[in-house]
Design a protein. Sequence first.
Length: 576
Amino acid sequence: MRVRSVVNLLSDILKEAVRESFPQLVECELEIVKAKDPSFGNYQCNSAMRLGKQAACSPREFAAAIVERAKNHDIFEKVEVAGPGFINMSLSPSWLSQRLKAVWEGKKIVSKVEKADRVILDFSSPNIAKEMHVGHLRSTIIGDCLARIFEKLGHNVLRLNHVGDWGTAFGMLIEHIKSQPGFSFEGLYAYTLADLMRLYKESKVRFDADPDFRKQAQLEVVALQGGDEEALSIWKVICEISERAYQLIYDLLDVKIEVRGESFYNEMLPKIVEELEKKGQIVVSDGAKCLFPDGFFNRDGNPLPYMMQKSDGGYTYDTTDMAGIVQRVREEKADRIIYVTDNGQATHFKMLFQAARDANFVGDVRLDHVPFGLVLGQDGKKFRTRSGETEKLIDLLLAATSHAEQLLQTRNPEWTEHERKTVAKILGIGAVKYADLSSHRVSDYCFSYDRMLRFEGNTAAFIMYSFVRCSSIQRRIGQEGPKDLSAFDLVHPAEVSLAIALCQFSDTLDEVVETLLPNRLTDYLYGLAETFNRFFRDCRVEQDPRQEQRLLLVAMTAKTLQEGLGLLGIKVPPRM
């Protein structure tokens, strides 16, 4: 049985009060949020502002009727009307005690959902034969974080890496590789990803300047798409070299993802276009077969086309993405499809979703685009190296680990080299992830090693240090958690505050699943760590008459911080 989130419990209690007081609103929806101002209580319902009109009374009268019906429930210490019609609710310490006790004895601070969805998460998406750069950072770690949370809650998640591995660029590259002096198929395996990038740049120069080369490259595309054995063999090796290089980064980031390139959908493309034609969706514009979903216009005010097939018969990434969405609905049986890409692709995905709905391809499947902003340098401009080049992702991650090691050398000179390097990797990679995920994803943010490695403020180091402090208390006492909970209760205000924060973990995960904003989780962890540190300051744990009760709070804080960081893709260090 799932331990239900507090928000869901409160919602059920208030809905019952609404049904009893206002039978005409039996199907109403209530919005309940964690209160930002603790003086207002722990949770707040603001739905009376909306539902009062439907009940033919003022919002305050509506809220008062609900409070009168609900006030005697044992979950509440206090429930009252505030302002023009808000309902503020404070949780009862005795109810909190029983809640924490039940969670601890059940050994699970996060329970599975009652109904699991099939969730397809499309993220990371580098291009074959190109190195991953800082621009791929956000898609990779945001997508991984969301996948971890959906998986933790029991959903059936397919993580997909939709890589660019098809099209004109590969005709150029294959033709250029074949023209290299002494070319042999066996020699391809000696190439590195850096070699492929160099060759691609050279092929692009030739393609733009040499008409004969351009013609041969285009013929190579035709050969590749037609299944030519030599072209396909070279293409496969190019893909293997690229994927091995990417895997080094995914291993460093502890990201698991299944590669499914554009080529996967190649055979589906003409069938999708044919199906759309039969449905009467296709409009021919300047020889191209297009869709024109409502509400999209170019700068001149003309309808914006979603191109399914070019006038020369070729296909575009519009076609591939449409085939992808159909395949994920029909074959993968998706209930929800989520795409994690930069803000610049927002219009593309709005058009894709609208066009797919217009064609009745998706039914009631939920489609989400998760856009994100840029990573900026200290100058406020797009993050680059000192030479002006785009920063390679592998270099950025290794530099973060190096900065972390230097910091730990200063803080803990007595550590062994092995210990320092082990913790530096956890801290360095974790700091990069946390700094990114703690920023609201639609905003740009400035990248700073110094800021992200600070031990104070909303950083990975601060959260990790709070976990280490919990672990230290447990080691000194010599037990992970309490041995006797028969008399467990909450007395000190700092105990109550920490218990409330611990009970809000499930609420937070539900928020992330709904909003797809990982910073909701980082904000929660930061608040929990701050609340624990105030508890640590005000409440002695070791050799205190209330050691057993307080040890439970310490143990649950440690588990929640570790679980929360894990959902961000961040490990916890043994010490700091």
